[in-house]
Design a protein around this ligand. Structure first.
Ligand SMILES: Cc1cc2nc3c(=O)[nH]c(=O)nc-3n(C[C@H](O)[C@H](O)[C@H](O)COP(=O)(O)OP(=O)(O)OC[C@H]3O[C@@H](n4cnc5c(N)ncnc54)[C@H](O)[C@@H]3O)c2cc1C
Ligand code: FES
Length: 258
């Protein structure tokens, strides 16, 4: 695993993807360390006196040729809002790489990647990094309504996409766990991965467990330090209380006390 570093990155893109999510691309002037799907960065929020602690964001895209990483940032509070307002050409200070990522699938796997909201970011990175053929990767993405969906057509080459919305305005109506792919075909998959709202991940985990399918989820517990010192991100597991920032954020669902 690469050593953690504190580094300045230049903002080279910062644009809306829909009504609440932004795409932010950051460039380093040094080579990037190895970065894996599920790992995250902890960002110092500049020009904002009320946000003292760094904010964690999953790595969405990495380009080692031009030393850039990209993030999907959903506006939730003051820190994330500020990030979406900072202009191109400004710098952000990041700690990276943090956490342990997903177990990469094997060549023979057929995987279902379930994402909700900005939880899509690590799912798309995983789809791209998996090295699997498009037919082996299915992505099931959920949101409240059509306008909440982030649709990135350029990812169509990495897998087949299925969509669900609570109100039925895009894809099938209902939660991802009510989608026909999840309800009727879960046993077709050898591995299931999920990132998104806690309720969604618990529902995905419960079904995968009941069918004895390998399943990993990426937890978004509140964090402060990001490297195992403050203990504010503790998750009770079958292996004891673990820091999500260092022992996760990705956990096998069999290790969680859900
Ligand atoms: C490992 C990890 C990866 C993440 N990846 C992404 C990502 O790729 N894209 C993205 O948009 N967000 C991601 N998040 C969530 C992101 O860190 C929070 O949205 C952000 O820190 C909120 O900061 P804020 O200052 O905007 O809001 P705050 O003012 O800190 O919080 C606003 C409200 O949201 C709640 N809140 C804050 N953080 C979380 C959280 N993690 N889970 C649930 N509720 C929360 C607070 O309790 C408060 O009610 C990730 C979180 C973790 C732990
Ligand atoms: S965020 Fe401090 S220990 Fe995990």
């Amino acid at each position: 695993m690469s050593k953690k570093e504190v580094r300045d990155f230049l903002i080279i893109e910062n644009r809306p993807l829909n009504n609440s999510n932004f795409f932010i691309k950051l460039k380093s002037n040094e080579n990037l360390p190895d970065l894996f799907p599920g790992q995250f960065v902890n960002i110092d929020i500049p020009e904002q006196n009320e946000v003292f602690l760094r904010r964690p964001f999953s790595i969405f895209e990495v380009d080692y040729n031009d030393n850039t990483i990209s993030l999907i940032v959903k506006i939730l509070g003051k820190g994330s809002k500020k990030l979406t307002e900072i202009g191109i050409g400004k710098t952000l200070n990041l700690v990276l790489p943090l956490g342990k990522g997903f177990t990469l699938p094997e060549k023979s796997d057929k995987v279902l990647l379930v994402g909700g909201g900005s939880g899509m970011a690590p799912m798309l990175f995983l789809a791209k990094k998996s090295g699997l053929l498009k037919g082996q990767v299915h992505l099931l993405i959920g949101a409240r309504a059509h306008s909440d969906h982030i649709v990135l057509n350029e990812y169509a080459e990495y897998g087949h996409f299925f969509y669900a919305t609570d109100d039925g305005t895009f894809g099938e109506k209902g939660y991802v766990t009510q989608h026909s792919v999840f309800k009727h075909s879960l046993s077709d998959y050898t591995k299931v991965y999920a990132c998104g709202p806690l309720g969604m991940m618990k529902a995905v985990a419960a079904e995968a467990k009941s069918q004895n399918i390998f399943c990993e989820v990426s937890l978004e517990n509140l964090m402060a330090c990001g490297f195992g010192v403050c203990l504010c991100c503790i998750e009770p597991t079958t292996k004891g209380n673990l820091c999500v920032c260092t022992e996760g954020p990705v956990f096998n669902v069999n290790d969680l006390k859900w």
